[in-house]
Write a protein that binds this ligand. Structure first.
Ligand SMILES: Cc1ncc(COP(=O)(O)O)c(C=O)c1O
Length: 439
């Protein structure tokens, strides 16, 4: 067939080439519950690529709440929030979340991605400007693209560049949108200066708290609590798929703003509502975040141990200031190779390669949970020490003091099948499509 729209599918071979080489790190089939350990291909792996920051996916109260919700409400609401898909649980959780983050009102979408699409496409109108950090999450970019306004981007966490963009549009409505904690770098948005500039230039501020809710602030209320400036955030987005051990996305703010978003968002009105089991899990998780603040403290103790451990080994942990700790590896090929070697050592990580990160600065992204034990953390550091030395990423001698929990054995008898040139071509062809919005 001439000009067959399936032609591009037939030509798309990059992912298959990576699979054939045995270094394909994506869509791994997990055969157990999500926790600090999972079973993949029948083997135990320690997980360092999950967003289950407080480890609540295994909490008995969260599981019981979901089961009870299924018993009472069944498995689905079979309709949109707008029509037959709202029940008393959705509204209860919205009130609870709004109170938790100190906002007048909140609305619950079916996913965090939908929440960003819905809020940004409705709030940013025809002559408005939406100003984003270059490392903002894909769902923010997608929401901006769906809006009728103009999207402007400033260099990552660069306040002088943000100011340059704000100055350019003196008479337009303006919304600055940032990740509270950036999902790849693990660094924190400079809220103090963002809010200061927003006030000077008459802009509103929206923060995506996907990786900061349950993580930042003494009681896990997010970046507003961390900086003591809750009331300066005009619109707060949070996902339930990370610290809250479920799925779903909240938008919270002033009552009339939420009322507007609720009645205008296509991603709320034209999709089925969140299933009762998921809503009940959010409800129970919010209670646990409030009642068990020791989980947040443990998460930070684990984070500190890992950051210090990696730095002592000689790794560059970049600007991370959160439980997301990226490690600079270098060439894309090396990151894939390292991913596979760590996987064989029983450590399950995420490689992030160009153009998601600049050329030659591929990372292994790691992230931590309150429920990682010292033994897990030591195993991870040991694996990174061994593999990092083998690949020449860190120097030979270790400065790390080993703890008694290191009973495990490390193995490695695997060799990488690609040359540097082959690997970069294959990965670039494919990853470029995924991340093309970044360019
Ligand atoms: C910063 C950020 N915002 C939004 C989302 C989307 O949330 P969800 O996965 O719940 O749809 C994610 C998920 O990875 C994220 O990291």
């Amino acid at each position: 067939m001439q000009n067959d729209i399936f032609g591009k599918c037939v030509k798309f071979t990059s992912a298959r080439e990576i699979m054939a080489a045995g270094v394909y790190p994506y869509f791994k089939r997990i055969e157990s519950a999500q926790g600090p350990e999972v079973i993949i291909e029948g083997q135990r792996k320690v997980v360092v690529c999950s967003n289950n920051y407080l480890g609540l996916t295994a909490h008995p109260k969260v599981k019981e709440a979901s089961i009870a919700a299924i018993k009472k409400y069944g498995t689905s609401c079979t309709g949109s929030r707008f029509l037959n898909g709202t029940n008393d649980l959705h509204e209860k959780v919205e009130r609870k979340f709004a109170r938790f983050v100190g906002k007048e009102s909140a609305i619950l979408f079916t996913t965090g991605h939908h929440a960003n699409l819905g809020a940004l496409s409705t709030l940013v109108g025809k002559s408005d400007i939406v100003i984003t950090d270059k490392l903002d999450h894909a769902s923010i970019i997608d929401g901006c693209r769906l809006s009728m306004g103009e999207m402007v981007r400033y260099r990552h966490n660069d306040m002088a560049d943000l100011e340059r963009q704000l100055i350019k549009y003196p008479s337009n409505g303006k919304l600055i949108v940032v990740d509270g904690v950036f999902s790849m770098e693990g660094d924190i948005a400079n809220m103090k200066d963002i809010v200061r500039l927003a006030k000077i230039y008459g802009a509103r501020v929206m923060v995506d708290e996907a990786h900061s809710l349950g993580v930042l602030g003494e009681t896990g209320r997010g970046i507003g609590e961390h900086f003591g400036m809750e009331s300066d955030i005009d619109v707060l987005m949070a996902t339930a798929s990370k610290s809250l051990a479920s799925i779903g996305g909240f938008i919270a703010g002033r009552e009339e703003v939420i009322h507007y978003v609720k009645h205008m968002s296509r991603s709320l009105m034209f999709t089925a509502s969140l299933v009762p089991a998921a809503v009940a899990a959010i409800d129970a998780s919010l209670d646990i975040v409030e009642k068990e603040p020791e989980r947040i403290r443990q998460l930070w103790a684990n984070t500190r141990k890992m950051k210090e451990g990696f730095n002592a080994l000689g790794y560059d942990t970049r600007t991370s200031d959160s439980p997301i700790i990226p490690l600079t590896i270098g060439e894309d090929m090396k990151a894939f190779q390292m991913w596979r070697m760590l996987y064989d050592e029983g450590v399950y990580t995420s490689p992030v390669v160009s153009p998601a990160v600049p050329e030659g600065q591929a990372i292994i992204r790691t992230s931590y949970m309150a429920t990682h034990t010292d033994e897990h953390l030591d195993l991870i550091l040991d694996a990174f020490e061994k593999v990092g030395k083998q690949l020449g990423i860190i120097p030979g001698g270790s400065k790390r003091v080993k703890s008694k929990s290191q009973k495990h054995r490390l193995k490695n008898d695997w060799s990488f099948p690609f040359t540097k040139g082959q690997m970069s071509l294959i990965t670039k062809r494919w990853i470029k499509n995924l991340w093309s919005f970044k360019q």
